[in-house]
Design a protein around this ligand. Structure first.
Ligand SMILES: [Fe+2]
Length: 279
């Protein structure tokens, strides 16, 4: 399989933010010339799976291996991550009603991150062109797509309105849908996956000021679950990514990872500090 390595770009706070929300947006990072070339390529290859584009060096070098996107993937999947072998284009003639809420087939639930689902907008995607809508934190919530598809507006949903050249990276199981579009026109959105090939370890950008005691594990918006559960899930995913699952523990109550900004001291129930010299 084709693998790639590069410098990681995310720090601890950003990795934990990804664990909480289930996605991160990199706005407008691909050059306009490449966006236009991609748009033209997709006009010439209008299928739902234009996998031929993965053989184009200009596309691979500027989109798939873009330093910021690949650096984020490297941070979350580790060294020598596997490159995409399938390309999907969500090519839609707008206007269209909203798609049903769903998580993609093959979703597994838990802290493990062995692959990432990535989206690239080669054109501007304002709200009128029906950007993908995501529910932050929903990557931990199991529901059958057959039920989810009947939900309408979900409080806290985020529409990924973004300029051309934006890439967003998501946990595979995050709830999403194409939102309703109102404008006339064609919307392309490419979707592809990267894969882990090495065991997880904390080898992203280490932030020496990152403090496990006071880090923010909770979602800013609605969580749709029992109080503190969002914190527990995000903390567990962060520990999985650090390769420290054997040390992960939850005491419950007001123990770690409770919001600890107002605590007199460190929260009770913290996992042990890493051994000296080990990240
Ligand atoms: Fe989907």
């Amino acid at each position: 399989m084709r693998t790639y390595d590069c410098a990681p770009t995310l720090n601890d706070t950003q990795v934990l933010e990804f664990c909480r929300n289930g996605f991160l947006m990199l706005e407008g990072i691909v050059p306009d010339e490449i966006n236009r070339r991609t748009f033209a390529f997709l006009d010439a290859h209008p299928s739902g799976e234009p996998v031929e584009i993965l053989k184009e060096d200009w596309f691979v070098n500027n989109v798939i291996l873009h330093p910021e996107a690949a650096g984020a993937v490297r941070s979350l999947l580790g060294a020598n991550f596997g490159l995409p072998v399938l390309m999907s284009n969500h090519r839609v003639q707008c206007p269209m009603p909203a798609q049903g809420w769903h998580r993609d087939g093959g979703s597994k639930y838990g802290p493990q991150q062995n692959y990432l689902q990535v989206f690239y907008y080669p054109q501007d995607c304002p709200v009128e062109l029906g950007p993908t809508e995501l529910v932050p934190g929903s990557h931990f919530l199991f529901s059958l797509s057959t039920y989810m598809g009947h939900y309408g507006h979900i409080r806290g949903g985020v529409k990924t309105t973004a300029p051309a050249g934006s890439i967003f990276i998501s946990v595979y199981s995050v709830w999403h849908r194409r939102s309703a579009s109102t404008a006339e026109g064609l919307r392309n959105m490419l979707k592809y996956s990267y894969w882990r090939t090495v065991p997880p370890q904390r080898d992203w950008v280490i932030d020496p000021d990152f403090d496990l005691a006071t880090a923010e594990y909770g979602l800013a918006g609605p969580t749709f679950r029992q109080q503190f559960r969002d914190r527990y899930d995000a903390a567990e995913m962060y520990f999985w990514l650090c390769g420290r699952m054997s040390e992960f523990r939850l005491i419950g109550g007001q123990g770690w990872p409770h919001h600890a900004d107002n605590f007199l001291d460190k929260p009770y129930g913290m996992p042990p500090e890493p051994l000296k010299g080990l990240a």
